[in-house]
Design a protein around this ligand. Structure first.
Ligand code: KG4
Ligand code: ZN
Length: 337
């Protein structure tokens, strides 16, 4: 069984081909970051228009790389939500057209399901069940994953996502959008403890997060100071340590509460090396094993969508019979697209 996956929920256009027996055969990605950088963030209409331009060439390239043609493809998976509605509709319309032209089933995939399953693209993948920390630009959730499509959200952010907090603080530090990776690089030069920011929600029970106060704390710390390189690095370090401490403590609690023996990190912030190092320690103390996708599959990609589509198709879990897109879509919510 072989599935082509299409991702267009935000500012990356990505296409991949996944085969149930042979694994990932190809993956192609076009990042729109350079185009949006001039505006300091994603401009939805520009994103949609660019997806229209990029999709067809990427599909051709991904098929050629995989030495596949339409006959060898058993299904077309696309990101149906959540995300920017215009961007999602480009992918949905494109997938629907391919499905009609090729006479193949079309599967709408939840973007976060894609992220959750991304570690399964790696050698020695985790078995179900596992606990997942999903940390992306738009979401921060702890999810109990019992099996494919069996997701229970144990806790989530009440305001900003972790990636969003990274991006907003990076902007304060004068770093270009999206600043998460650049901020973590800057933090390497900073001194630990020079700035100590609050650890939001650690004084409360439960598994929810809150990150919006952290960027305000960073803003207050920076106010009236000369923004030399050393100060910026110290603030970046302090901010990153506060986020990682919070994520690590909530993971520790979630492992204890669920008794899970596998911890998965997924989503763009999962690319953060310090976070991975810290969670490896948390997992080990809890007698659990840590799993994460390679860096390029932490951030948005087509491989995770092709994989999720292939797993669903193999189990006869197809979407509801019509092709659509949803800007807001809770993980684990029934109804499909
Ligand atoms: O999963 P993703 O590609 O997009 C969403 O689905 O939202 O995540 C993108 C987010 C951005 O906020 C980006 O700044 C952040 O992941 N990110 C990082 C790192 N690399 C990417 N945050 C912290 N450290 C990194 N190394
Ligand atoms: Zn994502």
């Amino acid at each position: 069984m072989r599935v082509i996956g299409i991702e267009s929920s935000c500012d990356e256009t990505a296409v991949a081909v996944f085969d149930a027996e042979q694994g990932l055969l190809s993956h192609r990605l076009y990042s729109q970051i350079a185009m949006h950088q001039a505006y300091g963030g994603v401009v939805p209409e520009l994103a949609s228009r660019d997806h229209v331009k990029r999709l067809l060439p990427l599909v051709r390239e991904a098929l050629a790389d995989a030495r596949s043609d339409r006959q060898s493809i058993d299904g077309i998976a696309y990101t149906a939500g959540p995300g920017l509605i215009g961007a999602l509709l480009v992918g949905a319309g494109f997938a629907a057209s391919l499905g009609l032209a090729w006479g193949k089933p079309v599967l709408g995939i939840h973007h976060l399901e894609g992220h959750l399953l991304a570690p399964l693209l790696e050698p020695n993948p985790p078995d179900f069940p596992f606990l997942a920390l999903l940390v992306s630009g738009g979401h921060t959730q702890l999810v109990d994953v019992a099996g494919l499509g069996e997701y229970r959200v144990l806790g989530e952010t009440l305001d900003d996502a972790a990636g969003e907090a990274f991006d907003k603080t990076a902007k304060l530090l004068g770093l270009p959008y999206p600043g998460g990776a650049a901020l973590s690089q800057l933090a390497e030069a900073g001194r630990s403890g020079a700035y100590v920011f609050p650890r939001p929600m650690l004084d409360r029970p439960g598994l929810n997060f809150s990150f919006s106060g952290l960027k305000t704390a960073a803003l207050v710390a920076l106010r009236g100071r000369v923004l030399d390189e050393a100060t910026r690095a110290d603030v970046a370090r302090g901010f990153q340590e506060a986020v990682i401490d919070t994520l690590a403590e909530k993971c520790r609690r979630a492992l204890a509460a669920t008794g899970q023996r596998r911890l998965v990190i997924a989503g763009g912030v999962g690319a953060n090396r310090r976070l991975r190092e810290r969670l490896a320690v948390v997992a080990q103390s809890a007698g659990a094993t840590l799993y994460f996708p390679r860096t390029e599959f932490c951030t948005d990609n087509g491989a995770m969508i092709a994989l999720a589509g292939c797993m669903r198709l193999a189990r006869g879990m197809q979407s509801a019979g019509f092709v659509g897109a949803r800007a807001n879509w809770e993980l684990g919510q029934s109804g499909g697209v």
